[in-house]
Write a protein of this length. Structure first.
Length: 301
């Protein structure tokens, strides 16, 4: 067991959308925002770990947390050198909280997975007009050094919209990058959605492979989560990773130490299974594994 260098913390489970590819509805409990008190007690518990990267997101819309700016600031007070990443669905009006948070966020994803109608189709009840309003307002915002990327979840129905999003959103609004994520299945009881035609796969490979994220060569023994990652839900439940958010928790960080949780029998069994490349039930349907052959087909290494 190595020290933790990657954390994924859900500071709210409130959301204003019901995206078709997101399993939020199936895994969240009562709606809540993490209090600053609880967030700080969590940071206290991990402060001696060499955290290099943190994702403040999860099964909710981070910017619906009324004090998300203070959450980000607090994180940076504890880990000034860590890269802070968040994601947003852009379906709201930009507030001073949003603008202040940019001072602390190093990398922000704008989640946009389609153009006009298809955007609205996969992210109900979003409105394309709301997105454009957000982006137009964002033009005037001081980015304070924050890198902004469009994070596009690809499925067989939105492949043709990558180009217009690249031209009319990424380039037109001077965003820094387009990241393509092949849609994963975060519900362990289901298989990854596929349904791509050969033509679509060739098109993705020939035009977009450099922007597709993920690893084509991946096996359980390569999984970093049990060894050095930490996933915490808004209630403080510690999960193994962001790939199996339906799993039962391994402990609660507000009532136990990180060490106690990571040394727990259940946690060690999952970790050992990955290490030996002999996955336990927790990992058998992991999307990283399911995705690898497809990413290889798309020309990734
Ligand atoms: C779970 S969301 C939370 C943040 C925010 N609510 C949002 O949508 O940006 C974090 C990121 O995961 C992406 N995502 C959601 N479901 C996914 C899936 N099944 N496969 C791959 N990425 C997914 C979202 O598009 C978003 O960029
Ligand atoms: S992907 Fe983000 S915006 Fe969509 S339902 Fe999930 S948490 Fe909400
Ligand atoms: S499900 Fe298992 S193998 Fe997949 S990311 Fe999680 S811990 Fe790793």
């Amino acid at each position: 067991m190595k020290p933790i260098d990657y954390v994924y913390i859900e500071t709210t489970n409130y959301c204003n959308l019901q995206c078709s590819f997101c399993n939020r509805d199936e895994v969240i409990g009562p709606l809540q925002h993490m209090t600053l008190f609880n967030f700080e007690s969590l940071l206290e518990k991990i402060k001696d770990h060499p955290v290099k990267e943190a994702k403040l997101m999860g099964m909710g819309e981070p910017f619906l947390h009324p004090k998300f700016d203070e959450i980000c600031k607090l994180f940076k007070q504890y880990f000034p050198d860590a890269k802070l990443i968040s994601a947003t669905n852009c379906q709201y009006t930009i507030t001073p909280v949003f603008e202040r948070a940019l001072e602390y966020i190093d990398y922000l994803y704008f989640s946009i997975d389609g153009y006009e109608d298809s955007y609205e189709t996969y992210r109900p009840p979003s409105k394309w007009s709301k997105l454009i309003k957000f982006l137009n307002r964002f033009k005037e915002v001081d980015r304070k050094g924050c890198t902004v990327a469009v994070n596009y979840v690809v499925n067989s129905g939105n492949v043709d919209d990558i180009q217009p999003v690249y031209d009319h959103i990424v380039k037109a609004y001077k965003l820094d990058e387009l990241r393509l994520n092949i849609a994963q299945e975060w519900n362990p009881d289901k298989s990854m959605p596929s349904g791509y035609t050969e033509e679509q796969l060739e098109y993705l490979k020939n035009n977009w492979s450099s922007m597709i994220k993920g690893r084509a060569v991946w096996d359980y023994k390569n999984c970093f989560w049990p060894e050095r990652g930490l996933y915490v839900t808004v209630e403080g439940r510690v999960l193994m990773c962001c790939m199996n958010t339906a799993a039962e928790e391994f402990g609660n960080i507000f009532s136990s130490s990180v060490d106690t949780i990571r040394k727990g029998k259940k946690f060690r069994l999952v970790a050992e299974g990955c290490k030996q490349n002999n996955p336990t039930d927790h990992c058998k349907t992991c999307s990283y594994k399911e995705l690898a052959p497809l990413l290889s087909r798309l020309g990734l290494l």
